[in-house]
Design a binder for this molecule. Structure first.
Ligand SMILES: [Zn+2]
Length: 143
C-alpha cells in the first residue's frame, strides 16, 4: 500500500492521475480508499454466509469491532472483521453493516467516504466495494 506523508502529497498524486477509483492508500496513518467521481463496478458479490451464531456471539463480535475501531478506525475494524470472517466466523455482511451503523451512532468518528474529507461522520452509506461506510452530512448530501 502507498503511504503518503500528508494530504497534500496524496492530493498531488490524485491530480497527477496516479490513482484509480477504489485504490487503497494511506494518509497520515489513516487507511482510506480513494473514491473519485468514477465508480468501480463491484465484482460479483460473494454469497452471504449463513448466519449460524447467536445474539450473544454478535455482542462479542461488536465489542471486538468497537475496540478495533477505537484504536485504529472503522476501516481497520471492518477489514479485520472481514479477515476473521474468512477464517470461518459465520457473520453476514448485514451484521458488519449493523456494527458500523451502531458505532457511528455511539461514537465520534470521521467521514471515510472521500479520502480528503475529515469531517465528523453523522450517518453511514453503503459503498459498492467496502460495504457500510461512515459518512458526513456534506458528502452524503452529494447523492
Ligand atoms: Zn465527508
Amino acid at each position: 500500500m502507498i503511504i503518503y506523508a500528508d494530504q497534500q502529497a496524496a492530493q498531488d498524486a490524485i491530480l497527477a492521475g496516479k490513482h484509480h477509483a477504489g485504490d487503497r492508500f494511506q494518509v497520515a496513518g489513516r487507511p482510506h480508499v480513494m473514491i473519485d467521481d468514477v465508480w468501480m463496478t463491484p465484482d460479483t458479490p460473494e454469497p452471504e454466509p449463513v448466519r449460524e451464531w447467536t445474539d450473544e456471539q454478535n455482542d462479542v463480535a461488536y465489542d471486538t469491532f468497537r475496540e478495533l475501531a477505537d484504536h485504529k478506525g472503522t476501516a481497520f475494524a471492518r477489514d479485520t472483521m472481514r479477515g476473521i470472517q474468512r477464517m470461518g466466523a459465520k457473520f453476514a455482511e448485514r451484521d458488519l453493516a449493523a456494527w458500523v451503523e451502531r458505532y457511528v451512532d455511539e461514537h465520534v468518528t470521521s467521514c471515510e467516504w472521500f479520502a480528503m474529507c475529515d469531517r465528523e461522520a453523522t450517518t453511514t452509506r453503503a459503498h459498492p466495494i467496502l460495504g457500510e461506510v461512515p459518512i458526513c452530512g456534506r458528502c452524503d448530501s452529494k447523492f
